[in-house]
Design a protein around this ligand. Sequence first.
Ligand code: GCU
Length: 437
Amino acid sequence: MLMLLVVTLLQTPEGKGGWQPNPDLVRTLSEKQPHVIYDEAKVPNYTLPDPLICLDGTKVTSPEIWWKKRRPEILELFRTYMYGKVPIDKSENLKFEIIDCDRNALEGNATRKQVRIYFTGETNGHSMDLLIYLPNAAPKPVPVFLLLNFNGNHAICDDPGIKIKPIWDRKAKKLIIPPEESRGSDAKAFPVRRILSRGYGIATAHYCDIAPDFPDSFKYGVFQAFDHLFGEKRPQDAWGAISAWAWGLSRAMDYIETDKEIDSKRVAVLGHSRLGKTALWAGAQDERFAIVISNNSGCGGAALSRRRYGETVALINKAFPHWFCDNFKRYNDKEDELPFDQHMLIALIAPRPVYIASADEDLWADPRGEFLAAKAADPVYKLLKTDGLPTEDMPPLDTPVMGRIGYHIRSGRHALTEYDWERYMDFADLHYKLGQK
Ligand code: GCU
């Protein structure tokens, strides 16, 4: 037993302990995709940019220097070289229309609201439908989780009261009316009743209501509505789809601030996968989000680009050329030249609580790279006088670590599961100091 412990300790140098990927999975994936790194031994050496050293060499030795100089500088770098700049901060003409309010939804336990947000103020223009469930039993105003969904609001729950709106079909690149049978088809990723029973509300919108998700999406959605503000030509640093979706989350927050039943100071923004990248970018920019949660966000989200493990900058730019701004393509196979890495995206959220979650079988998203990015954001959290991420090594499977930075790696595949939700609610309970379980 003692021998075993000694051997285990010897095998876990700093940063490489705890979770290890399943060697069979590493082998299978490496054989299937020989151009992709799945073997930790093949990760190149790299040096991360120091979040606490400014471009001009100034050391960030106080929170003041962080807030006044380094944080704005990092934000600008991400805007210019990765996610892209928005043509309009907040549409002056934003208009909200409550299109539904049922105080007796979900067996009488919830209030359901549907709010149509018109981005240009024109009621025949672009709009996003925000679906909200609030627990009737909880004291108001209530904290909520805000997230975009992949397949339409009607897909998150079997509730027949959810309006079915035409949605962009990613493959056919056209608007389709989803079939009635697709109600509740994503319910596993949205345990609405459980969320309500723990005293939280949930607010969600379909991400393609903001901008569709295919390579020439720049002709549609908010791009169509606002890109003219850039002038004749779309600049190299014009917003990509992730920036547009993040902008949409902030517009949902604009509505939330007007709703007296929701606690706008306790809104956790959350997202899975490409929408996890989006949640991080939204949370980094918009300090109204009290908690930020990234579920399996991987490359372009929480995972360090310089590791080139699983999906890389070149691979993501090739498969999804519309997600980031054009400038980001300069860094294909040149990750070391990036003036930032994803730990600095997480650091932009400091000192607000942030939770990064990985999945055991999701090697494409580089779980270790996600953990290391969270850990490398820790010095900024410490500078801002919080505990950061209270572990040196990756924890074992299904063993969450929760400081001001939270992290877990869950058994199973790339997905948003009930396990993940329970941990996010534990994390919110902890930081909001709520008692209920
Ligand atoms: C692809 C993509 C990932 C992304 C994922 C998703 O796998 O390569 O970067 O996170 O899709 O959004 O589902």
